[in-house]
Design a protein around this ligand. Structure first.
Ligand code: AMP
Length: 280
């Protein structure tokens, strides 16, 4: 695996690979890699000649400074994992390398998706995501971008970013299913911060989303959402939302004639967890 710390060196390498007719797959991450991240790398490896993974904890997408300060870091282990599964390139830039003096902060016109659900509870988050992904895409110039379904709303936002920045013909997005622990908890770097009791409770989020899926046709959406929220609260979670929404834009579901997804965000201790399950 080749490790690049500087954007211009990575860009020159990519240019050469493209000249040689190679396709480039890109997996952006914030590190503390788990099997969820690695499955994205595996999918990229199965479709593309060169797989680039980036590890960059993007400060501009954290609306909560404590969350940023506590974000887990395990670079050495991450590098071992990436080598072991045959990742070709790791991009490991500093903050100054991504946000250079020439960097101009833009505003991305994301529309209503920006303020729904995660956007409502994490103001500014998706602008930060777009800022870093826009910059990373301009450095890596991939043919394929691999994203996890785990961050469902982020996938919609990044699709929009690609439209807004005129990259529709250059980059194709592939969404990879969520990888889970044996008990169903969606793998997440933040799970490392759960203590034993919180870790045991954390699987309830997935259980509630699954229960919504099973009971979709037996009760009203409002009842299903309220009951799921109530049960999570009884277990001590602070629940931001449990929502049943249309997959295309996350607007609230009306009936089952369109593809739907159940999404939840809840905090146990100081750890905020998100998850989602496709419903129909
Ligand atoms: P992160 O490091 O949290 O920014 O995640 C990097 C990428 O990995 C994003 O596209 C995530 O959606 C994806 N990802 C995170 N957790 C999982 C998971 N459990 N299964 C599949 N993909 C995931």
């Amino acid at each position: 695996m080749i490790l690049f710390k500087y954007a211009n060196q990575l860009s020159s390498y990519i240019l050469q690979q493209k000249k040689d007719g190679k396709t480039i797959g890109f997996v952006p991450t914030m590190g503390a890699l788990h099997f969820g991240h690695l499955s994205l790398v595996r999918v990229s490896k199965s479709f593309d000649d060169i797989t680039v993974c980036s590890i960059f904890i993007n400060p501009t997408q954290f609306n909560n400074p404590e969350d940023l300060n506590n974000y887990p870091i395990s670079i050495e282990k991450d590098i071992e994992h990436l080598i072991s599964i045959g990742c070709d390139v790791l991009f490991l830039p500093s903050v100054d390398e991504i946000y250079t003096e020439q960097h101009i902060k833009k505003h991305y016109e994301l529309g209503v998706i920006e303020t729904r659900l995660e956007g409502h509870y994490r103001p500014g988050h998706f602008q930060g995501v777009c800022e870093v992904v826009d910059r990373l895409l301009s450095i890596v110039q991939p043919h394929n971008l691999y994203l996890g379904q785990k961050d469902f709303q982020q996938c919609i936002v990044i699709k929009k970013l690609i439209e807004l920045t005129g990259r529709n013909d250059e980059v194709k997005i592939t969404i990879v299913p969520t990888i889970r622990e044996e008990d169903g908890l969606a793998m997440s770097s933040r799970n490392l911060r759960l203590d034993k009791q919180q870790r045991e409770l954390a699987t309830s989020i997935f259980q509630e989303l699954n229960s919504i899926r099973r009971n979709l046709h037996t009760a009203s959406f409002d009842k299903l959402k309220a009951e799921a929220k109530e049960r999570l609260q009884q277990k001590g979670f602070v629940v931001d939302y449990v929502e049943i929404a249309k997959t295309k834009d996350l607007s609230p579901a009306v009936d089952t004639s369109e593809p739907l997804v159940a999404l939840a965000a809840a905090t146990t201790g100081k750890v905020r967890l998100i998850d989602n399950v496709l419903l129909n």
